[in-house]
Ligand binder design. Structure first.
Ligand code: G1P
Length: 291
């Protein structure tokens, strides 16, 4: 089955970025001139996703507005003949891609957020992308490479990355059966949410990209609250791998953890340096402040 739906859990309060997130979504913070959410949406669209399911909360109206048209602004840009800028605001989503918004009424965790998409996803495999994790795979899309891996395995797949041992408590950490491989994907034998470094079964962390089979929904319904008193997607995946194969896929590309201030700043600099109009002046400024 083709992967055509992607879930974007964007209901979080963004407490690590207060005060800026007091009155606006963390996902709308800009890396150069595009909001975080657009980077992950572009990655999904490049992977063939046609249905974007945003799981939102009350403070997130601007995400809906962003992916909608803004008639007044567009008319103004036409009148002023600012056609290049007009293109950037007009074609944020291709015509054949639909955005759907559902609410997560209480912050009960990532697992609860994903579960809320059940009625829209239906009985088909789907992707989950966390907007905190921006993956730069050059002109490729990280999710597209995972979709290719899915076509080979026909099983759930987690994008994974090696993380420093002292940071295992920030991630879902997997253990692998290295004798069970399909292409670059390796079968997972266990996953644990945010273990202490001394308890972590490995240093391979789930990096905010998932392809999941619909069986995950029934498990999300059943699992008790886990770490931080929240329904954890990781815990449901730990149950899923008891009944189905689940694979880890070490994607290519550089991940920026934009859920932290330093990761956000690194992404800002890296993406600005990729821009022809900004590269030289930014380099000149950095040379100046470093010397
Ligand atoms: C979530 C997941 C965790 C995963 C991480 C990737 O944690 O619960 O398993 O490794 O995303 O960024 P969060 O960063 O939302 O605390």
């Amino acid at each position: 089955m083709k992967i055509t739906s992607a879930v974007f859990p964007v209901a979080g309060l963004g407490t690590r970025f207060l005060p800026v997130t007091k009155a606006g979504p963390k996902e709308m913070l800009a890396i150069v001139d595009k909001p975080l959410i657009q980077y992950v949406v572009e990655e999904a669209v490049q992977a063939g996703i046609k249905q974007l399911i945003f799981v939102t909360s009350s403070n997130k109206r601007s995400i809906e507005n962003y992916f909608d048209s803004n008639f007044e602004l567009e008319a103004h840009l036409v009148e002023k003949n600012k056609l290049e800028v007009l293109e950037t605001v007009r074609n944020i989503l291709p015509k054949d891609v639909q955005a759907i918004y559902i609410r997560q009424p209480q912050p009960l965790g990532l697992g609860d957020a994903v579960w809320r998409a059940k009625g829209i996803v239906g009985n088909q495999p789907f992707a989950v992308l966390l907007a905190d994790d921006i993956v730069d795979s050059g002109s490729d899309s990280c999710l597209a490479s995972m979709v290719e891996a899915y076509e080979q395995t026909q099983s759930s797949i987690l994008g994974v990355e090696n993380v420093p041992r002292e940071e295992t408590s920030k991630y879902g950490i997997v253990s692998l059966d290295n004798d069970s491989k399909v292409g670059d994907a390796t079968r997972i034998t266990g996953i644990v949410e945010k273990p202490k470094p001394e308890d972590a079964p490995s240093t391979l962390g789930a990096a905010g990209r998932y392809i999941l089979t619909p069986r995950i929904f029934e498990l999300l319904e059943r699992i008790p609250k886990g770490v931080a008193g929240e329904i954890q997607l990781t815990d449901a995946i730990a149950e899923l791998l008891k009944i189905e194969a689940v694979y880890a896929y070490p994607f290519k590309g550089r991940r920026y953890d934009c859920g932290t201030k330093i990761g956000f700043l690194e992404a800002t600099i890296a993406y600005a340096l990729k821009r022809e109009d900004l590269k030289e002046p930014l380099m000149a400024y950095m040379r100046k402040i470093i010397s």
